[in-house]
Design a protein around this ligand. Structure first.
Ligand code: F6R
Length: 250
């Protein structure tokens, strides 16, 4: 794992977008997995601008969403896919046949999990994985107690994650308390991983990610031994890190 500290959110977003662009230009046919949430929004904006300038194209890439609420209508505005679609997918040039999502209203969740797992397999695994970081160390919806063998599945969201996600929606929205997530087993095998960590609210958990024992109680600690994992943090998120640690990780 390599830690890269950037000045602020803008610098982090630009750096992440450049990494993604360079990766896609070198590996145009891969399966991309991107998160929703607030952290990647600046990166998406920067990628859209690079696409508009002709610097990158997604026409040969595939995209799969990282996680999704379970038990809501497929066209609900609460769908995480809808978030990803309006902030990124529809602004660039993916072919619709190469874009994959969980069916949030599936009546047969087991079959849905099998379908998504088969897509990952047919694409030869995840090529580029971009992640945000939950304040409890979740990656995707892999909540605390998810170990590296945790498969793609439905999980019950923790009160902390529900509370944290509630800032996405207005007060009257009834947000499901469970969701599909790609499993730790497929995420940790991605050929390149970029974890984005932004803002003061992530300072504690970034410190735990880098310093606490590697264990299921903080799922993001499993990224630490991976040579192909880049953690991009802004200075606010890095504010609780020991400077010796930063120098040693360089
Ligand atoms: C979203 C996801 C979550 C978020 C995390 C951080 O698809 O998988 O793990 O990445 O909760 O969310 P933000 O970026 O809103 O702080």
């Amino acid at each position: 794992m390599k830690l890269i500290i950037l000045k602020d959110e803008q610098a982090l977003s630009n750096y992440a977008a450049k990494m993604v662009m360079d990766h896609i230009n070198d590996n145009p046919n891969g399966l991309l997995v991107f998160p929703t949430g607030n952290t990647p929004l600046g990166m998406f904006e920067s990628l859209v601008s690079k696409y508009q300038k002709g610097l990158v194209s997604f026409r040969n890439s595939s995209l799969l969403e990282l996680d999704e609420y379970y038990g809501i209508a497929i066209n609900s505005y609460l769908n995480l896919f809808a978030w990803l679609d309006r902030t990124f997918i529809q602004k660039v040039d993916f072919f619709p046949k190469n874009v994959f999502r969980f069916n949030s209203d599936s009546l047969n969740s087991e079959a849905e999990i099998q379908r998504i797992s088969a897509i990952i397999q047919s694409k030869n695994g995840i090529d580029l994985l971009v992640l945000g970081l939950g304040t409890n160390g979740h990656i995707g919806f892999n909540e605390p107690n998810s170990d590296p063998t945790s498969p793609t599945r439905i999980v019950k969201l923790t009160p902390e994650s529900l509370q944290s996600n509630s800032r996405y929606w207005d007060e009257d929205s009834i947000v499901p308390d469970s969701g599909f997530t790609l499993g730790m087993d497929s995420l940790l095998k991605a050929r390149k991983i970029i974890l984005l960590v932004q803002g003061n609210s992530k300072a504690e958990i970034l410190n735990a990610t880098l310093n606490s024992d590697i264990s299921a109680s903080v799922p993001s600690t499993y990224l630490r031994p991976l040579k192909n994992c880049y953690i991009l943090a802004d200075q606010e998120a890095a504010s609780k890190l020991d400077t010796n640690l930063i120098n040693n990780l360089g």
